[in-house]
Design a protein around this ligand. Structure first.
Ligand code: GDG
Length: 505
């Protein structure tokens, strides 16, 4: 990110306004005092460095759930007020207040119990419910109103993800002079899956009011175009990935996979703090190989299936007993949603059973951490791990896979990666790709990774590191910026995103 960030102001935009369901900080009240705590997740990892660099505004919900919201006014906090460890940015956060009922129906309900499972192909987990759909529309309207109340026509309004799919239409209806752009961070499913949703045509129509819509993968874009065509929305121009609406409106689609700040992960992995931590972890493993999983605790991440695969591997290869340790970091996520509580309890009892079955007085196979670890420790843990086990059942991209690679500044380590993660397209030249539903495939890949020659490991890791270094977060941003301005998006690494954007509020 060093000399990144260019082009917004160069192209006339005064201010970057990122809008997402959640802010990058969670508001916590302790003894009457407000404290902001950093949240973990792919979107924050990707966009926080951008806003730190460019300045601007991040609008979203802060995590508070009052019974009722009496005043819909957005509360703005600057970096000083929202000060918390790790927040040195120069951007402003705008908190959109939402009530307990709105969060229950719009966020836990429609967004996370309908769109999330459906778009990840778990349609049997969908809880389709008209009241929640109504709430989704209302809250999208609240977000749109918050935007139109303060945004200027030169602002670059960048909406994030599946929570806000109707915001482009609502903003357009209130303020046709404002342009919105949307990036969808999760997979966009095939039409057969999407059409399970009774309101999919309304959703597709709402999205196409955005001036640009970004996806991680060209398959997601193709799925989107097919659904738009089937719904008879606008006039699709497939060769240019456009949807035209008469003479005055175009929705431009592009596919470019999100990434990470490779240089930062690489540098932190070499820092004294991280090196010490890596060393401590390696010492604790005492000659054993270390295998690592890092995920938000979500059924889409395939943690349960991964645990069955570990059990299968220990059964098939008794020579691995006492020779390998599995670390699983599971970041608490959406614990108020029923499915998420269930998956946590399934995972914890499965770990208990596997440990009970294989542990010896000197060895416990699986070490489980249900918490967020600080950034430098996370990087050090990636670096300490001989094998990164990233096996989501379905994932828009998956940044953990890229972070594992970027943190291996020693050019060692093996990545086992689900073929259903967006990241597989980029990392397939070095990773061992697996079907995450197959315990046997994961187990075979694990055995192969644990017995791979140092030469092969290095060769594969170098290839992946070249890819992640080239396609880093700057490269993604450059592609997004270009699409905002209707330019060709096939971009190679060129640090050209401006650092002169934000005028603040
Ligand atoms: C969505 C899409 C897409 C995890 N544990 C800790 C921690 N993390 C950070 C990781 C990583 C992020 O959380 C997880 O990112 P993912 O990409 O794996 O997954 P989602 O949260 O599901 O993100 C996904 C992403 O959006 C971006 O578009 O890739 O497909 O589902 O950055 O580092 N961070 C810290 N401590 C932890 O313990 N500090």
């Amino acid at each position: 990110m060093e000399d990144s960030a260019d082009s917004l102001s160069a192209k006339g935009a005064k201010r970057l306004v990122v809008v997402s369901n959640r802010l990058p900080f969670k508001k916590i009240r302790q003894k009457g005092k407000v404290k902001w705590v950093r949240s973990a997740g792919g979107l924050v990892t990707a966009l926080d460095p951008v806003l730190r660099k460019t300045g601007g505004v991040w609008l979203g919900w802060g995590g508070d759930t009052p019974r009722q919201v009496h005043n819909r006014k957005v509360n703005f906090y600057d970096a000083g007020e929202a000060k918390s460890p790790g927040f040195e940015g120069n951007y402003v956060i705008g908190e959109i207040p939402l009530s307990e009922g709105e969060i229950r129906n719009y966020y836990r309900g429609f967004a996370n119990s309908v769109i999330w499972p459906l778009f990840h192909y778990f349609f049997e987990k969908c809880d389709i419910n008209a009241d929640q759909w109504k709430s989704y529309k209302e809250v999208n309207h609240i977000f749109a109103k918050a935007i139109v109340d303060f945004a200027g026509p030169d602002d670059l309004i960048w909406l994030q993800d599946y929570h806000l799919l109707l915001v482009p239409e609502y903003v357009h209806r209130m303020r046709p002079d404002l342009k919105t752009h949307l990036f969808i961070h999760i997979p966009f499913p095939h039409h057969e899956i999407l059409s399970v949703l009774p309101w999919h045509v309304e959703i597709m129509a709402g999205v196409t009011y955005a001036a640009s819509v970004g996806f991680h993968d060209k398959q997601y874009l193709a799925n989107f175009l097919i659904s738009v065509q089937r719904a008879g929305i606008g006039k699709t121009d497939r060769s240019n990935s456009l949807i035209r609406f008469g003479e005055d409106r175009i929705c431009r689609l592009y596919a470019h996979g999100i990434s990470i700040d490779f240089d930062h992960f690489n540098a932190v992995s070499r820092s004294d703090e991280a090196r010490k931590h890596t060393h401590r972890l390696r010492k604790r493993c005492a000659g054993k190989k270390m295998v690592l999983g890092v995920d938000r605790l979500d059924y889409s991440k395939g943690i349960k299936e991964r645990l069955y695969a570990i059990e299968h591997c220990l059964e098939e290869h008794p020579e691995l007993l006492e020779k390998v340790v599995f670390y699983q970091i599971a970041v608490p996520s959406r614990q108020n949603v029923k499915e998420y509580r269930a998956i946590r309890s399934d995972i914890e009892s499965l770990i208990g059973r596997i440990n009970g079955r294989f542990s010896t007085t000197a060895w416990t196979p699986i070490h489980y951490f249900f918490r967020t670890v600080p950034f430098a420790q996370l990087v050090a843990t990636y670096r300490a791990a001989d094998v990164g086990l990233v096996t989501p059942l379905r994932d828009g991209m998956n940044l953990v896979a890229k972070e594992y690679v970027a943190s291996h500044s020693d050019e060692d380590g093996v990545l086992i990666l689900s073929r259903f993660a967006g990241a597989a397209r980029e990392l397939k030249t070095g990773a061992l790709l697996v079907n995450p539903y197959s315990a046997e495939e994961i187990s075979n890949a694990l055995y192969r990774a644990l017995t791979m020659s140092p030469k092969d490991r290095r060769h594969r890791m170098r290839r992946m590191r070249r890819v992640v270094e080239k396609n880093d977060i700057d490269n993604w941003l450059t592609a997004c910026w270009s699409s905002f301005h209707g330019e060709n998006t096939s971009i190679h690494k060129k640090k050209q995103i401006p650092n002169t954007v934000g005028a603040g509020l």
